[in-house]
Design a protein around this ligand. Structure first.
Ligand code: PMP
Length: 427
């Protein structure tokens, strides 16, 4: 391989625009990036699985538990009022982050997985019957496949798929026919978590709407990187996870247009989601409470608000450009390795890519680079149908967050050289 690609100084000068973002000062705000792993500097390249957390988010969690811990919506006392207010402010922050029309359209759930399950369950119960169709694509994460399979089984509906082109873009040539009179909902990912394809969702949403079909967008891999405007997209539902967006685990967001959410039955029964209960029946609460039964993940919700404010206070276009530069740099670096194949070549990729190394199992790659302090993802990435499409059992995935830099890529290049050295003769 070309030694130039290993040299982070030369990489820096090649992509001078990425320096417009002050990565060094951003990295300062993420304590975990300063620990060593097996005696090596940490090159964290697994942000698509979960992002690291900035100090402000850690402070927010600490502050909640040390200063205002109380249940929300239930107490008249001071702490409960403060906790309820912070919880409500977080919803307003989410509204701003997504540019939702109303805060009550933003429901706190456990994550993207729960958001999609909620819609599959509640929308399914209200609107999907025998022989109706649900349309998804072949590039979905299991979270956007399995809940629809379960619904199809439950209600006797049919699950259909938008196919893929060999380069890993959606094949939209037959989309109009796939959106039939029987299609009740289209659920599609904004960005593929396995190969990084950025889908033209606005066009897809508009086409579905010409036939009156609502669209759910799985935004788990888009929200951390793109400015999301649900009103401009005009999507009916949008989902994302806090932990992939610099916030804590245990919380995520389901956005839904108010008129849809109002029509859906509740997801779970319990406290907070009711206005009145008798022994025989219950009157359900208004949005958003109708979908938030029981004590929520209060600290995580509040810290999610902190994470989103942290992101919104940065120059998001500069971050996008920075991550794009890192991606191009990685593609170039990998192309210098014999036997490495990047999976797919979509028109637009966002912040991640996957590759295979001839003759070497992705798990072996991940364990060897781990010895060098590099955190990579290996496996099927919860997208087995997509792996089948590319006829691979799994792959190694590199994914970026706003804190990554050229040094991480140089470290990865060095670690991959170790892999090749160890497996010499097999590739
Ligand atoms: N959809 C996509 C595209 C994802 O990348 C993920 C997480 N890997 C999910 C859904 C599920 O997210 P979570 O595990 O946070 O619910």
């Amino acid at each position: 391989m070309n030694s130039e690609t290993l040299n982070s100084t030369s990489l820096n000068s090649k992509f001078a625009t990425s320096q417009s973002m002050d990565t060094a000062s951003i990295r300062q705000q993420f304590p975990i990036l300063h620990r060593t792993i097996r005696g090596k500097r940490l090159a964290y390249l697994d942000s698509a699985a979960t992002t690291q957390k900035p100090q402000v988010v850690l402070n927010s969690l600490q502050q909640y538990y040390s200063q205002i811990n109380a249940n929300v919506h239930r107490g008249i006392h001071f702490l409960s009022e403060q906790a309820s207010q912070a919880y409500a402010e977080s919803r307003t922050t989410v509204q701003k982050f997504l540019n939702a029309k109303e805060a009550r359209e933003c429901i706190f759930v456990r994550g993207t997985t729960e958001a999609i399950n909620l819609i599959a369950r509640c929308f399914g119960e209200a609107f999907v019957g025998p022989n109706d169709e649900i349309l998804i694509s072949e590039m979905e994460h299991h979270s956007n496949i399995v809940p629809w399979q379960m619904l199809a089984k439950r209600n006797g509906a049919k699950l259909k798929f938008i196919p893929l082109n060999p380069n890993g873009d959606l094949d939209l040539s037959n989309l109009e026919e796939l959106l039939s009179e029987r299609t009740k909902i289209l659920a599609i990912t904004h960005v593929s978590n396995a190969i990084g394809t950025l889908n033209p969702i606005k066009m897809i949403i508009d086409l579905a709407h010409t036939k009156g079909i609502p669209v759910l967008v799985d935004g788990a891999q888009a929200a951390p990187h793109l400015k999301i405007d649900v009103q401009a997209l005009d999507c009916d539902f949008y989902t994302f996870s806090s932990h992939k967006t610099y916030g804590p685990t245990g919380v995520g967001v389901l956005y839904g247009k108010a008129h849809w959410l109002e029509k859906l039955p509740p997801y779970q029964g319990g406290g907070d989601m009711i206005l009145k209960v008798t022994m025989q029946e219950s009157e359900y609460n208004q949005l958003p409470h109708k979908f938030e039964a029981g004590t929520p993940s209060i600290a995580a919700v509040i810290a999610l608000g902190t994470a989103l404010n942290f992101l919104m206070n940065l120059d998001r276009e500069a971050i996008r450009q920075h991550e794009e530069n890192l991606l191009q740099l990685t593609e170039k670096m990998l192309s210098n390795f014999p036997g490495i194949q990047i999976i797919g070549s979509p028109k637009q990729r966002l912040a991640l890519l996957s590759f295979t190394m001839k003759g070497i199992h992705p798990h072996d790659i991940a364990s060897i680079v781990d010895q060098e302090g590099v955190a990579l993802r290996a496996g099927h990435h919860c997208a087995m149908p997509l792996m089948d499409f590319f006829a691979v059992n799994g792959s190694s995935r590199v994914s970026f967050g706003l804190y990554n830099n050229e040094e991480d890529i140089a470290q990865l290049a060095h670690a991959l050289q170790q892999v090749q050295t160890l497996f010499k003769g097999r590739i």
